[in-house]
Ligand binder design. Structure first.
Ligand SMILES: Nc1ncnc2c1ncn2[C@@H]1O[C@H](COP(=O)(O)OP(=O)(O)OP(=O)(O)O)[C@@H](O)[C@H]1O
Ligand SMILES: [Mg+2]
Length: 444
């Protein structure tokens, strides 16, 4: 038999309240004090009241008490001649005059608390729901409250779980930025240490190069003098002794020496640039935000990383779209691009390697895509690649900081970085930098 649902929609009074208890209200036509015990028994047999443990006795809207199924069974139906003795008496003779009453605007939690405090075991009754004016509105079923509480507890534990996950994520970010800050200090110290000797090596090299033309001229003059004096016999013998004592010296070597010094100076200038970049990266010098041409930065990163690409014979295709000048810290964005290009090159272990770099504007962002046809990233590794110190490279080959630095820099610019990969056929990184208000949030 299908029982009609005892839960009815809220009436006018309870509609005014959106409390959870109003949603559980069971509309029950109450017994009056004139009802007999037998009538009460019949009402309990009505399928519409099958879910109720107690029925209210109400007069003129005021609740006089409740009669419970349990009481009827014990005191009437299970007693010899119980029905004959009590059946015709007023229901008020068996009712509990202090039933549990709850205002309709109670929350489920408050209802649960009150039920827990006031009901005794075994649970033999439900509770009366009163309107804001203290008049009878309907009944509430204890089991419904327990079920609603269970749902709430479930929701709370989901919220707690979500809050815990958020907390874990922010703790992770904190650890990341602490590690990066420590690394930044290390790099700053290193840059400082390198800078001092670099300065005087550069200076000495320049001075040596400046002295070379004079030395070359001097050696040239000495050589002419030698040629002029070889006719004199005594001087000739001395010159021969000099020739024997010193290795053969070709003054034209000065030209080569000058070239070598030029190369050395170029190398030193590159190291100086690198130190400047390190300083920028470690934010010792305030990272300056300029309006720059992103394509120029990509070209520069390709030039710096050129040796990696040539070594592996990798072809690079630049498919540039229209991009406006972008406000960013150029040295840092350069660093990001260089890391992505190095990773792409290092992921290619065949001889038809290709890196495609695309740019475009989309939804207020400048997008730069770096796609390779390398070995790809397995699905279980992909979620970890931005973690600081995560690397799949052999010990000594990768620090695992490249991508975490990229993420840090891109996020400081108000942008995002993401990767998609198909293992064995390649990986695509995309960075999105906001066109407007892209001032880097540089932490000191
Ligand atoms: N283009 C790519 N193709 C395949 N795997 C990649 C690619 N880019 C990154 N990875 C994976 O992500 C890991 C982390 O990269 P990340 O740049 O942070 O560190 P790394 O390259 O290992 O070390 P480092 O940058 O210090 O040389 C790499 O070890 C590699 O497994
Ligand atoms: Mg890397």
């Amino acid at each position: 038999m299908t029982l009609p649902s005892p839960i009815a929609g809220p009436g006018a009074e309870e509609r005014s309240s959106d409390s959870a208890l109003a949603a559980l209200l069971v509309r029950v036509t109450p017994l009056t004090p004139r009802c007999s015990v037998s009538e009460a028994g019949e009402r309990f047999l009505d399928p519409a009241n099958a879910a109720l443990l107690s029925l209210p006795v109400v007069e003129a809207g005021r609740v006089l008490g409740c009669i419970t199924r349990h009481e009827l069974m014990l005191r009437v139906y299970m007693q010899p001649y119980g029905r004959e003795l009590h059946g015709r008496r007023s229901v008020t003779t068996l009712m509990d005059t202090q039933p549990l009453r709850l205002p309709i605007d109670s929350s489920i939690e408050a209802a649960g608390q009150l039920i827990g405090q006031q009901l005794r075991r075994p649970i033999t009754e439900d509770f009366v729901v009163l309107g804001t004016d203290g008049r009878y509105v309907g009944m509430g079923i204890v089991l419904d409250v327990l079920r609603a509480l269970e749902v709430k507890v479930g929701q709370h534990s989901q919220e707690l779980e979500a809050a815990y996950q958020r907390l874990k994520a922010s703790q992770h970010r904190l650890v990341q930025s602490e590690k990066l800050a420590a690394l930044g200090q290390l790099v700053a110290g290193l840059a400082h240490e390198i800078n001092t000797p670099l300065g005087y090596v550069q200076n000495n090299l320049e001075m040596t190069r400046d002295l070379l033309p004079a030395a070359a001229e001097y050696v040239g003059a000495a050589s002419s003098l030698r040629a002029a004096v070889v006719t004199d016999e005594t001087t000739q013998q001395q010159v021969l002794r000099l020739d024997e004592a010193s290795p053969e010296f070709d003054p034209s070597l000065f030209g080569e020496l000058s070239g070598l010094l030029d190369d050395a100076l170029h190398g030193v200038a590159q190291i100086a640039d690198l130190v400047a970049n390190l300083k920028d990266f470690s934010r010792v010098d305030a990272a300056h935000a300029d309006a720059v041409d992103l394509h120029g930065l990509i070209d520069a990163a390709l030039r710096i990383g050129g040796h990696l690409l040539r070594k592996r014979n990798i072809q690079v295709q630049c498919r540039y779209g229209e991009l406006p000048a972008l406000r960013c810290a150029p040295a840092q964005i350069n660093q990001v691009l260089l890391n992505l290009i190095s990773n792409a090159a290092q992921a290619i272990d065949h001889d038809h390697g290709c890196i495609v770099i695309r740019t475009q504007v989309l939804g207020g962002y400048a997008l730069v895509g770096v796609q390779d046809n390398g070995r790809g990233i397995p699905a279980d590794v992909l979620p970890r690649i931005f973690e600081p110190f995560f690397t799949t490279k052999p010990v000594g080959q990768g620090t695992g900081l490249g991508l975490s630095i990229c993420q840090q820099i891109v996020q400081a610019h108000g942008g995002r970085i993401a990767a998609t990969s198909t293992p064995t056929s390649g990986t695509r990184f995309v960075i999105a930098l906001p066109l407007a208000g892209a001032t880097p949030q540089v932490a000191s």
